[in-house]
Design a protein around this ligand. Structure first.
Ligand SMILES: Nc1ncnc2c1ncn2[C@@H]1O[C@H](COP(=O)(O)OP(=O)(O)OP(=O)(O)O)[C@@H](O)[C@H]1O
Length: 256
């Protein structure tokens, strides 16, 4: 639960209001996407959720607890756009990392289940350099889930992937979350991705960074590739894009 969160940085002597009076609710077990233009504070908010930064004002609680406490007890899983795997460690060893940090024994069967779940069976001993970009992202997602976190934070984890791999990973993420429900916050620039994966899409605007609208996504589960061609999917994408572009600074320039 995010209430009235403000975060201001300084660039030289100039204040940059990354977030102003931000409110957000992420109901337990749901996936909420943060959709917005570059610089609207999406990653800043995710870092606050992760307990990696502190707000200047307002409060952030996850299940009534401070993010820093949750992080200290290894209940937050994070995956970023660039996978950031340790290059000298194998797939299995990268996935086990959060358990090592939490000083918890890695249950070999449980790790293998996770590897199977993200479709990397047979690649357990491969090094990151021997994998494709999509496979590296799957390792990053498996690693984020290894310590069975209460919250999964995904910062554009599919941003650098082509459309086909991206859709495959969307379906995999859905399958993983169906098997292990975990409250998830996803940062994305992509409207279709936000609509396809989310229970709610929070559209943000910049200068100052803020939430402008929450759009409930009422597509049934499981979401299927055929839904990408449905009228309802396109309606929801149009609604998101209307809000997104209406709040782009100088949006008059975007009109035909
Ligand atoms: N450590 C920092 N120091 C100074 N300014 C920062 C810092 N971190 C973020 N900002 C500023 O805060 C604003 C929001 O940045 P943030 O990275 O949260 O945006 P974003 O929505 O995630 O953007 P993108 O989609 O491009 O990743 C930007 O104007 C950025 O320059």
């Amino acid at each position: 639960m995010v209430r009235g969160v403000t975060r201001t940085f300084t660039l030289g002597a100039i204040p940059v209001v990354a977030l102003e009076a931000m409110d957000l609710d992420v109901p337990a077990g749901t996936l909420v996407s943060l959709l917005g233009p570059s610089g609207c504070g999406k990653s800043t908010l995710l870092r606050l959720f992760a307990g990696l930064d502190m707000p200047d004002g307002g409060s952030i609680l996850i299940d009534g607890r401070h993010p820093a406490d949750m992080r200290a007890s290894h209940q937050i899983g994070i995956a970023f756009q660039d996978a950031s795997l340790l290059p000298w460690r194998s797939v299995r060893s990268n996935i086990c990392l959060p358990l090592e940090l939490a000083r918890r024994a890695a249950d070999r069967r449980q790790i293998q289940e996770l590897i199977d779940m993200v479709g990397l069976a047979g690649f357990e001993d491969a090094l990151p350099a021997q994998l494709s970009g999509g496979m590296r992202q799957r390792v990053a997602i498996a690693r984020a889930l290894a310590a069975t976190p209460a919250v999964l934070l995904l910062d554009e984890p599919f941003g650098a992937l082509d459309e086909v791999v991206r859709l495959r990973l969307h379906l995999e993420l859905q399958r993983i979350r169906a098997a292990r429900p975990v409250t998830t916050v996803l940062v994305t620039h992509t409207i279709a991705e936000a609509v396809f994966l989310s229970d709610q899409v929070v559209v943000m605007a910049s200068r100052p960074g803020r939430a402008v609208r929450t759009i409930a996504i009422d597509l049934p589960y499981p979401r299927t590739p055929a839904m990408l061609r449905s009228a309802r999917f396109h309606e929801l994408c149009d609604r998101c894009s209307e809000v997104l572009f209406a709040n782009v600074t100088g949006s008059a320039g975007l009109r035909e």
